[in-house]
Design a protein around this ligand. Structure first.
Ligand code: SF4
Length: 265
């Protein structure tokens, strides 16, 4: 079997439902985009461009609008994505508010690493672990480097999964970068969740990553990906194909924006 490259999102998807993982990553069936995913991409791309950029708030908001228009032009050619005028208004305004939060934060300095892919071997020749780190660097006047993952979704303490922070700190440290602290920065609520990985926890994080990764490796060898029905099935792109929902029909439809214009200002 070819060596397997896994990421935090792949591990999380397999945890949620092995069959969903198979549809998505093994059979590579296309997934639907959504206004929320679109917004996340534009905000990340904008922040990447804003590091160390001088200019006032209006100028920085214009960068967001420019990125929005660029992403929208590219997304128009993609199957399964459209956004009506009301959605564009709603998500565009959310994005502008997130950019305001970012430019008023202490995270605007150019960090050592921005939107950087990190990859290390978990099981030599068999499994690699890959992570895209949004920001790794010092914050404000502090001297300690911190990994920051920008979140454009809703902050919900009940559903917060902080393992991603530990996994990214482990990944960077495994590559020889001296970092112990990681954060999730929820831009909509201006809420920051910080976790520190102690030296003694380093191996424990690797063990969890290994256990999760080996489960996928073995599932691939046996072609054994059982469905796992749950509340999140309602947001699964593969529900119309899924045997446990074979009687149900996907009702979701997106209506395309009629004039292709940006709906928010
Ligand atoms: S609909 Fe539910 S059970 Fe079926 S593949 Fe998706 S997440 Fe899994």
């Amino acid at each position: 079997m070819q060596s397997l490259t896994l990421s935090y999102s792949k591990l999380a998807e397999y945890d949620q439902c092995p069959l969903k993982y198979k549809y998505h990553y093994v059979l590579k069936y296309p997934t639907m985009s959504s206004p929320a995913l679109f917004l996340g991409q534009v905000v990340h791309d904008t922040i990447h461009s804003l590091y160390s950029l001088t200019g006032d708030k209006a100028f920085k908001h214009d960068i967001f609008r420019k990125k929005w228009a660029e992403h929208k032009a590219r997304a128009k050619d993609k199957e399964g994505f459209s956004m009506n005028r009301d959605e564009e208004m709603e998500y565009g305004r959310k994005g502008l508010a997130m950019i305001s939060t970012f430019i008023n934060s202490e995270y605007t300095e150019q960090p050592e690493y921005a939107e950087e892919m990190f990859k290390t071997s978990l099981v030599f020749g068999k499994i690699d672990f890959l992570g895209k780190i949004d920001r790794l660097g010092t914050i404000g006047n502090t001297t300690e480097p911190v990994i920051t993952d920008y979140k454009t979704g809703k902050f919900s303490p009940k559903f917060l999964d902080t393992f991603q922070i530990y996994a990214y700190v482990w990944l960077a440290r495994d590559l020889g970068i001296d970092v112990r602290k990681g954060q999730m920065f929820f831009l909509a609520e201006n809420q920051i969740v910080t976790k520190k990985l102690a030296e003694v926890e380093f191996e424990a994080v690797k063990d969890v990553l290994l256990e999760k990764s080996m489960a996928i490796y073995e599932a691939l060898q046996k072609d054994d990906f059982p469905p796992s029905k749950g509340v999140l099935c309602n947001w699964c792109d593969f529900k119309p194909l899924c045997p446990v929902h074979s009687q149900e029909k996907d009702q979701q439809e997106y209506s395309r924006s009629e004039n292709g214009q940006m709906a928010f200002l």
